[in-house]
Design a protein. Structure first.
Length: 248
């Protein structure tokens, strides 16, 4: 039990700005979804409070800013790195080198700008729903966990995700991740309605699967940036779909 609690705390510490004494281990990814749900709960509460005090657009800005602060912008940085490494025409080795650099290029800047704008404008068009954010962030983090260990790791010399190599290879991992994933899908459906929830999840999953698969082909495997970028892309596409007038 102590090991599981340590794994949960290390997951929260790895995916957020909350300090924990637990160090990441191979068990950490199995609780990514739970960490995402906790983050979604905080963001959902912020969304509701901000919506009661400000206009929908300002409230949406508060939510996105809180997301960045609560995660150190980890996955926003990941989508920026993916923009620089995947959008330009380069050889595989150069793509990986560019994605590792601390600076952001023009493609990365465009990618992160589009993600932020789409998230803010989509949230501004919707009624605040804590269940929605808990579910979406839980799904995106669960998908990141499922992506670990599937295929080759693209950085032979190590990277941020290298500490999780060999993870998600035991039955116990899936006994945690899959139920969390099912619960999160249900939360999205309850939060926005059956049709809207199912359509948003399916479209977001399809777009994300294509993006991830394309990234794996261009990079020769997965990286931490590709996993994180795929996660935030899933959330953004789902929010965009849910903002459509036909689904509201």
């Amino acid at each position: 039990m102590a090991e599981q609690l340590d794994a949960l705390l290390s997951s929260v510490g790895f995916l957020s700005s909350f300090p924990t004494k637990a160090s990441p281990s191979k068990r950490t990814p199995r609780y990514f979804g739970v960490a995402g749900m906790l983050l979604g709960l905080l963001l959902g509460l912020i969304w509701r409070i901000a919506s009661a005090l400000f206009s929908p657009t300002v409230a949406a800005v508060f939510v996105v800013c809180a997301d960045v602060l609560l995660t150190y912008g980890l996955h926003y940085d990941a989508i920026a790195d993916c923009g620089d490494g995947l959008f330009a025409h380069m050889k595989t080795e150069r793509r990986l080198e560019v994605m590792r650099q601390p600076t952001i290029g023009s493609f990365g800047a465009i990618a992160i700008l589009l993600v932020v704008l789409l998230r803010v404008t989509s949230l501004a068009e919707m009624r605040p729903s804590t269940l929605l954010l808990v579910g979406l962030l839980g799904i995106s983090r669960s998908l990141m966990a499922l992506g670990i260990g599937r295929g080759n790791y693209a950085r032979p010399n190590g990277g941020m995700a290298s500490i999780f190599l060999g993870s998600m290879s035991e039955g116990a991992d899936f006994l945690v991740v899959l139920p969390v994933l099912v619960v999160c899908v249900a939360l999205v459906v309850f939060g926005v309605g059956f049709l809207a929830g199912v359509v948003a999840i399916l479209v977001a999953f399809g777009v994300t699967a294509y993006f991830y698969r394309r990234g794996v082909l261009l990079l020769g495997g997965y990286t931490g940036d590709l996993l994180g970028g795929s996660g935030i892309l899933f959330e953004t596409v789902a929010l965009l779909v849910l903002s459509a007038k036909a689904l509201r």
